[in-house]
Design a protein around this ligand. Sequence first.
Ligand code: 5GP
Ligand code: MN
Length: 326
Amino acid sequence: MNKIKDIAKIIKKSKSIALFTHISPDCDALGSTFGLSLALKKLGKNVKIFMKDDFTASQHLLFDENEVCKGECNINDFDIFICCDASSINRLGEYGYVFENNDKTIVIDHHVCNKMMAKYNYIESESSSCCEVVFKFINALKVKLDSEIATKLYAGLSTDTSSFINSNTNANSFLVATKLCLANAKTQFVNQAIYQSKSLNSVVFKKYLLDNFKIDGECAYVGIDQQTLEQLNGKKNDCSGYSKALINYKEINYSFSLIEEEPNKFSLSMRSKIGFNIRIIAEKLGGGGHVCAAGATITANNLNEAINLVLSTINENKERIKTEKI
Ligand code: 5GP
Ligand code: MN
């Protein structure tokens, strides 16, 4: 792994910079990428963010989709390529090619399972969010934080810690949050955008969850297929809080949700409590993530088959999920 100051030197020397993050970006992915982009612009760099995914309604309130380029990235147009919050080439989706055999690449991340796909890699797995790591880079680049940058970074820090309650929340998370507040991060605006801007139609999805979740020992789970999503007039994002909602109960130590994104392609989201490492299951299924929040993409003929695949993987690895070390 490289040092922040050495990567900062490379960034300082570059004029044109292309930024990337992982597919289906969450607010940490967007916050770290947009926060870094603003900081680099303050240094006078030409910056372009490449991203294929559309934003969710909440994300639209916090990040400007017009800043994003959805087209191809011409390797010759940039001096350096940086990706935030992405642990492997697969996670870059259609932009994976940019990081293949390219020695002008930098990875900034906080995933312990990061594959170090770039020429220069800085991964801080003890950081609760990639925004915390970008915060350090912004300091190393000697860019003064402003309200706009602080607000983007706060959005990622707040969501990747689930409002400072996940087990990844530590002293540094609070310290960075304090510094972001001191730089006038609009915390109430972020809170409202993320937690109080649900569409009324999303109540239907809350009802679906309560009507359909199941329990298998200490695991709670729910799945939804495309047909049901269409019937309820919803999108994948309407169900994005399912695994998180199911971990809230005392009897439950881990939870998962499966959402059929495309025919036979299911996105798996998993959560666990302290003492349980759910990432092991996500990795067995070809994905990854963190100890207490992980995911994967699963191919199966139908929802039941996908659920059974996850349940059997959990049952085969029950002892391995239990962990003292977090
Ligand atoms: P969520 O449940 O919020 O969608 O994802 C939780 C975490 O799991 C993410 O922060 C990310 O680290 C990881 N994750 C989710 N989906 C995938 C996936 O398909 N592949 C990998 N490697 N990680 C994933
Ligand atoms: Mn993250």
